[in-house]
Each structure stands twice: as C-alpha cells, then as structure tokens.
Design a binder for this molecule. Structure first.
Ligand code: UD1
Length: 427
C-alpha cells in the first residue's frame, strides 16, 4: 500500500483550487437512475469513491462516459437491466445506499446489500427503510440484503425523520420525485449538498420546495428529463485546506469555493485567531501574529460544525494556546485519530464523546496510520506542522475523498510526497 511522507514546518503560501464536492457528486450520480434521458454532471472530482459509484451504476446497466480532463460525467439510464447493488461494491462505500430510493422509484424494485458498520460507528439505515415504507414500498431484509418492492409505484406521504440524516433525506427526496402525490420530509437535513441535489432534480423536471430548511415538500411527477448540472464546491476540502494554512502559520487563497458553505467552521476559525477575508471567487485564510487560541467545538448537523471537519480541527487545536473541548455528537467512534495525534506529541484525553485537547508548543513527526478518510487528513495536517518526518500509512482512505492532495499542497510549498507500494516495501 502507498504511503505519504511529509517533512513539516513550512508555512504554506499560494492558491489552492477547491474541487467539486464528493458528498454532492455521489447522490447526483445516482439521480441519473430516475430518468431515461441523459444527465450531464460537471465539476466531478477524480476520487476513488466516484469511481466506485460509477462502477455500481454501470453494473445496473447505465451507460457512463467520463472526461477526466473536463471533470465531466454523462450518464444514461435508458436501460436499467439489473436492480441489485452487490455486497462487493456496497461494502467499499456506504454511499451506495443512495441507489435504493431512485431504483425503487423508477423500476419498482431494488435489492441492495446492507452496508454494515464502519470504522466511525454502527451507522444503521433504518431511517432510509422506514421512509421508503411510508412511501409504499414493501421492505424485507434477507441474506444481508435489503429487498424493496413497489410494483405499482410509490405514493406521497408525510415522513418525520427521528434523526437528521443526510443520505436518508437524499434517498427519500429522490424517491419522492416520481411518487404519486405530495411528500413532506420533516426534520430533513439542511446541508448544502441537499440543496445542490434539489437544484439538479429541479432542472430534471422535479417539483421540490423547502430544500435548505428542515421541511422539504416534493410534488411527484410522472417522468424526469435530461439536464446538465455543475457540482458545488467541496466544503470539507475547503475547511481542510483552511486549516492547512492556519496550522503551518501560512497564507492561502482558496479558490472556486465560498465562506457561505461553512458558517460555523469559519466562525470557529476566527475565534481561534485565524484571519478570513472574502475574495472574488473564494477567500483568503491568513495566520495572525498571535498563537492559535483554544476553541470549544461541538459537531452538529448543518449549519452546525461538520463532523467531517472535527478531526482536522482537532489537529489545529493540538498546537493551540490553552485548551479545547471537542464534542462529537454525530458518530459514536470518531476519535480514531486521537492516539495517532498523541504519537506526534499531542496532549489529548478522551472522555466518552468529548476530547480535551491541551495545546502543546510543537508536534513531532512520527510514523502514523490512517483509520478513515477525515482522520487520515488530520494526520497530514499535523505532519505539515510537525518538526521532522511523518510517514502516513494506509493512504487509500485519503484517495477516497481528496483529489490530488499532494500536488495541491506541494504547489504551496509543502514537502510532501507519495511513496508507491514497491518503494515502501523496499524501504
Ligand atoms: C453523510 C456524509 C458523511 C457525514 C455525515 C454526517 C455522504 C455521502 N456522507 O453520511 O460524510 O459524515 O453525513 O454529516 O454525504 N443514522 C441512523 N439511521 C439511519 C441513518 C443515519 O441512526 O438510517 C444516524 C447515523 O448513525 C449518524 C446520524 O444518523 O449517527 C447521522 O448520519 P447521516 O447524516 O445519515 O450520515 P450519512 O448520510 O451516512
């Protein structure tokens, strides 16, 4: 397996162009299942998860053409010839569950492998299933698979979701576009990726209102048509590079993104003493002469502080002046990066769902191991700030969600390189 080698201590300076959002692109790709006409998506990032989703859609019978250079994918679901999402693909990527709603709505049936738990928690899919049942689907769990059937089509319903779930909201919103009558999703997720999906579905002919609030109303239509849609900027990548600027004492311009995508995160960075200035097509992140101040963080559904930025913020807090209490409320096991950060000299104590981070004056490079996508990037950030060499193993996690990360960081002065598997074995 590849490794990443970082020599820390260089303040990053320059411009980083932010890619299209992975978590917007994944549901948008599955939206193609809803129509027998083509869906063209632009600003699609080059990531392992996108490749997995395209593989999944191709085995459902979609024709997919991809232009990596132009970041464009065109999907055509005229002939869906297989409604099963197999274990082999679903186990690699939980977001595969996003084919469930569109398949049942369009084909009247779907068989999707149960995703199972993952390193950050048990992550059930009960809200997706209960919602589809309320839309009239018959659901049965058998042999590790979800069997869903609605031979006479779905019908609109009022669905109150007990917990705010991003992908459940997306699955049900997509399914409801082709249901007969009106669907109301109550306690819906409000993430920018939901609004992006709703915008795309509207350009395909769907009738959706209220996206971006906690109540989404969908008036079912009989058919969706062809459309072209540009994926929004990745707010998690944006936040990650903002921290790269702050933790190295540097100055970065983050291009093709917006402060408005991360209200709570930006205000936490400002409280920590980081200077944020809006630009024409992005924003500046500048370190101040003062040391980073400790800020308390609690993860929450949007517009609260994103759980997907918790590990990165913790990396920043390891070098703060004072202390920071970081509380994780979304996933039960999302502190896997803590022991690795401690190996680099951080002072962190975990009590249940909270971590007390006492700032240290300097991190030291060390061999560390990635455990999940966001944990691994927090170790890259710590490595950029640390004295000496950090070697990060299991970087395939990183490749799931960060497009060309070494190149982007190197262009701004970071000493970071990928050691290919053969070289790593020989070393
Ligand atoms: C999405 C994001 C992920 C992010 C997460 C929270 C994608 C592809 N992934 O994941 O990067 O970390 O939102 O912002 O967009 N839950 C249930 N039952 C369900 C569904 C969820 O109990 O049926 C619970 C989960 O275990 C979790 C909470 O609800 O505790 C929120 O999870 P959810 O918003 O569903 O996360 P994902 O949509 O899987």
């Amino acid at each position: 397996m590849d490794q990443i080698r970082i020599i820390g201590g260089t303040p990053l300076r320059g411009t980083i162009t932010i890619s299209g959002a992975k978590n917007a692109a994944l549901p948008l790709l599955t939206a193609a299942l809803l129509s027998n006409e083509a869906l063209e998506l632009t600003n699609i990032p080059d990531l392992a998860d996108i490749k997995s989703m395209i593989d999944l859609l191709e085995q459902h019978g979609l024709t997919v053409s991809r232009d990596l250079e132009a970041k464009k994918v065109t999907l055509n679901a005229q002939a869906i010839n297989n409604t099963t999402a197999p274990y082999d693909i679903v186990r690699k990527m939980r977001a595969s569950i996003l084919v469930l709603g569109p398949l049942v709505a369009r084909c009247g049936e779907a068989r999707v492998s149960l995703p199972g738990g993952c390193s950050i928690g048990t992550r059930p899919v009960d809200i997706h299933l209960r919602g589809l049942e309320e839309l009239g689907a018959k659901i049965e769990l058998k042999d590790g698979y979800i069997n869903a059937e609605a031979p006479n089509g779905l019908r609109g319903a009022t669905i109150t979701m007990p917990i705010v779930s991003v992908t459940a909201t997306e699955n049900l919103m997509m399914a409801a576009t082709l249901a007969k009558g009106t669907t109301k999703l109550i306690n819906a997720a409000r993430e920018p990726e939901i609004v992006d999906l709703a915008n795309c579905l509207r350009s395909m002919g769907a009738n959706i209102q209220g996206d971006g609030t906690d109540t989404i109303t969908i008036e079912g239509v009989s058919k969706l048509h062809k459309a072209t849609h540009r994926v929004i900027a990745d707010r998690i990548e944006t936040g990650t590079f903002a921290i790269a600027a702050a933790i190295t004492g540097g100055e970065l311009y983050l291009k093709d993104t917006s402060i408005d995508l991360l209200p709570s995160f930006i205000s936490s960075l400002q409280k920590a003493g980081v200077i944020i200035e809006a630009g024409q097509d992005g924003f500046w992140v500048k370190s101040s002469a003062q040391p980073i101040a400790g800020v308390d963080i609690m993860t929450e559904p949007y517009p609260g502080f994103a759980t997907d930025l918790q590990a990165q913020m913790m990396a920043l807090m390891t070098v703060c002046q004072g202390a920071s209490m970081m509380t994780e409320t979304i996933f039960e096991n999302r502190f896997m990066h803590v022991p690795e950060l401690c190996r680099m000299g951080a002072n962190i104590t975990v009590h249940g769902s909270s971590a007390l981070v006492r700032g240290v004056s300097q991190l030291r490079g060390a061999p560390v191991m990635a455990t999940d996508l966001r944990a691994s990037v927090s170790l890259v950030l710590a490595g950029l700030a640390a004295e000496g060499e950090t070697i990060l193993s299991r970087v395939y996690h990183l490749d799931r969600g960060y497009e060309h990360i070494e190149t982007k960081l190197r262009q701004c002065g970071a000493h970071i390189e990928r050691i290919k598997e053969k070289e790593a074995l020989a070393a």
